[in-house]
Write a protein that binds this ligand. Structure first.
Ligand code: ADP
Ligand code: MG
Length: 240
């Protein structure tokens, strides 16, 4: 589904991504973990073209999307993203938020978009909130709307950047549950998270980053029970 080869990215003198190689298979859930500042967000943003890489290759569904000739908007439609802060439109209702991109970007017919939006709100357990404004929602509900909104573009791949980090602890579970449900439906997902319980339970593979490099990858069992690298061991010690 995604193949990254020798991806590099710097901000000025700061070399943030160093020769990143990564493969993500269809229906795979990859949890990307590592200390703050290790480059996790930058990697996701490069995959979604919110940042431009310096060099290296990104192939999505067999197409090399890093070629100059490639249409970035086409990639953005294939790859949905959910952020730590929900970025909902405050002046639009919940349903309005979900159907905005299908209407504006995909030029979907209103009735069809509304049906899709309602179906997605049902999926994230918020069908009764369609007509309220985001300010009336809890953080967990807002994030579930953000997930529905990303799904509305029918992406093949979903990227999550610390989707529960801004939430009060009691609201984390409902968002993780929604993500778990997506994983069970076979959605291909890359999830940056500090929720090690979720990573262990839901991920097919763990990718551990340190200072801009992928230091270790493996199954959750391999990584959590038997980390090979010293850096990984230190990281795991620091999180428990
Ligand atoms: P993580 O998500 O793992 O915490 P980031 O990818 O956000 O890490 O950041 C990696 C490094 O790149 C950090 O040192 C951060 O300060 C720096 N960085 C991120 N975005 C920018 C930017 N737009 N301009 C300059 N430096 C940045
Ligand atoms: Mg980050």
């Amino acid at each position: 589904m995604i193949k990254v080869e020798k991806l590099n990215k710097s901000f000025g003198d700061l070399h943030v991504l160093k020769d990143i190689d990564m493969t993500v298979y269809e229906s795979e859930v990859v949890c990307l973990i590592g200390a703050s500042g290790s480059g996790k967000s930058t990697l996701l943003r490069c995959l979604n073209f919110l940042e431009k890489r310096d060099n290296g290759k990104i192939v999505i569904e067999g197409e090399e999307v890093t070629k100059e000739s490639h249409d970035i908007n086409e990639v953005r439609q294939k790859v949905g993203m959910v952020f730590q802060h929900f970025h909902l439109f405050p002046h639009k209702t919940v349903l309005g938020n979900v159907i905005e991109a299908p209407l504006m970007v995909k030029k979907m017919k209103k009735e069809q978009a509304v049906q899709l939006g309602k179906d997605l709100l049902k999926k994230v357990g918020l069908e009764d909130k369609a007509d309220v404004y985001p300010s009336k929602l809890s953080g967990g509900q807002k994030q579930r709307v953000a997930i529905a909104r990303a799904l509305a573009m029918e992406p093949d791949i979903m990227l999550f950047d610390e989707p529960t980090s801004a939430l009060d602890p009691e609201l984390v579970g409902e968002v993780l549950e929604t993500m778990k449900q997506l994983a069970e439906e076979g959605k291909t997902m890359i999830v940056v998270t500090h929720e090690m319980g979720f990573a262990r339970e839901v991920a097919d593979s763990i990718v551990y980053m340190h200072e801009g490099r992928i230091v270790e990858k493996g199954t959750p069992d391999e990584f959590f029970d038997n980390p090979k690298e010293e850096r990984s061991k230190e990281f795991l010690m620091s999180t428990t």
